[in-house]
Design a protein around this ligand. Structure first.
Ligand SMILES: Cc1cc2nc3c(=O)[nH]c(=O)nc-3n(C[C@H](O)[C@H](O)[C@H](O)COP(=O)(O)OP(=O)(O)OC[C@H]3O[C@@H](n4cnc5c(N)ncnc54)[C@H](O)[C@@H]3O)c2cc1C
Length: 278
């Protein structure tokens, strides 16, 4: 695939304050110049960010850019999800990232759906082909999966339920993605699977995220990042080198595009972009 046919997207989280929203607007303006297909906005499990996700998405749309809200089903009822889908439809949003969400600790109820495949099925039942649906994929295996094989079979359920494409959890080991794609081929899964790319902003934060979501930071990288301690400039410099090389290898080997976890900042993504010469 030629590089210009590839699809790029950037993910944000909904800011909590007007200042956060203003900062995101600035970052978004810079990132919009890179010509992504869409910006996606995360959704807190159980609907905790429902209003803020919608507000952020509408802000993006008002600037004439394609916006894709995430929707997670954990701890939500069928009626609540139906209402959110109707709301997205009423705002003429046609693109959605459908997820289970992380299981909340404590007594919160699981909701009407246990898995993202059930949510995808529900979205198709309720809204037909209105939405382009993205789902999550895990080249390094979802942390709760009983085996790699079971996780792949579960990914296939989401595809069979009607997902159009997938975005992966972030990873720093390109071979995990290539193997995952080979396994998808062998299973007859042919939807595009976009590598999720996490720039390295801060080692402590990355290490916390990674422990929860099962993304592996390779030992050689982890030890070097740890050595830098509070020297954030060196952490970022190494991160930019490593992530640019990762993206370059993925694109050179046929990845259909890239989805950046931008964390509401433009700097790292823009630098990686320039270095890639996209
Ligand atoms: C691109 C991306 C965006 C994300 N955005 C958000 C967000 O906005 N909000 C948020 O809360 N979280 C988000 N997450 C995190 C995601 O919600 C978690 O990773 C969650 O733990 C799993 O979600 P899922 O949609 O992959 O779940 P699922 O596909 O349902 O899988 C969850 C686990 O259940 C297993 N499983 C699936 N189906 C079955 C079955 N039928 N029987 C037995 N086991 C099964 C799977 O193997 C896996 O281990 C995002 C993740 C990614 C990769």
């Amino acid at each position: 695939m030629s590089r210009d046919k590839r699809i790029y997207s950037f993910e944000f989280f909904p800011p909590k304050t007007p200042e956060g929203m203003a900062k995101l607007r600035e970052a978004r303006k810079q990132l919009a110049q890179l010509g992504p297909k869409f910006f996606s906005v995360t959704f807190g499990a159980g609907g905790s960010t429902r209003e803020r996700t919608l507000e952020t998405v509408l802000d993006i749309k008002a600037d004439g850019q394609e916006a894709a809200p995430h929707l997670s089903c954990i701890s939500s009822t069928r009626d609540e999800l139906r209402e959110i889908l109707a709301l997205y439809k009423s705002h003429d949003l046609h693109h959605i990232v459908a997820l289970r969400g992380d299981i909340p600790s404590g007594e919160a109820s699981a909701g009407d759906f246990r898995y993202a495949s059930e949510l995808v099925e529900f979205i198709r039942q309720e809204t037909g082909d209105w939405f382009e649906i993205e789902v999550a994929a895990y080249p390094e295996i979802h942390p709760e999966a009983t085996s790699a094989k079971a996780d792949l079979a579960n990914f296939k359920r989401k595809v069979d339920a009607g997902a159009n494409s997938a975005i992966t959890q972030y990873f720093y080991n390109a071979d995990a993605y290539f193997r995952f794609m080979d396994e998808c081929d062998a299973m007859g899964i042919s939807i595009p699977v976009y590598p999720g790319i996490m720039p390295i902003y801060n080692y402590a934060q990355l290490s916390r995220f990674s422990a929860v979501c099962g993304a592996e930071i390779p030992r050689w990288l982890r030890l070097r990042l740890q050595d830098y301690g509070d020297d954030l400039a060196s952490v970022r410099a190494l991160g930019l080198d490593v992530v640019t090389e990762l993206c370059d290898r993925l694109l050179a080997s046929g990845a259909p595009g890239l989805h950046f976890y931008a964390l509401n900042q433009a700097g790292a993504v823009s630098t990686i972009w320039q270095r890639l010469g996209i």
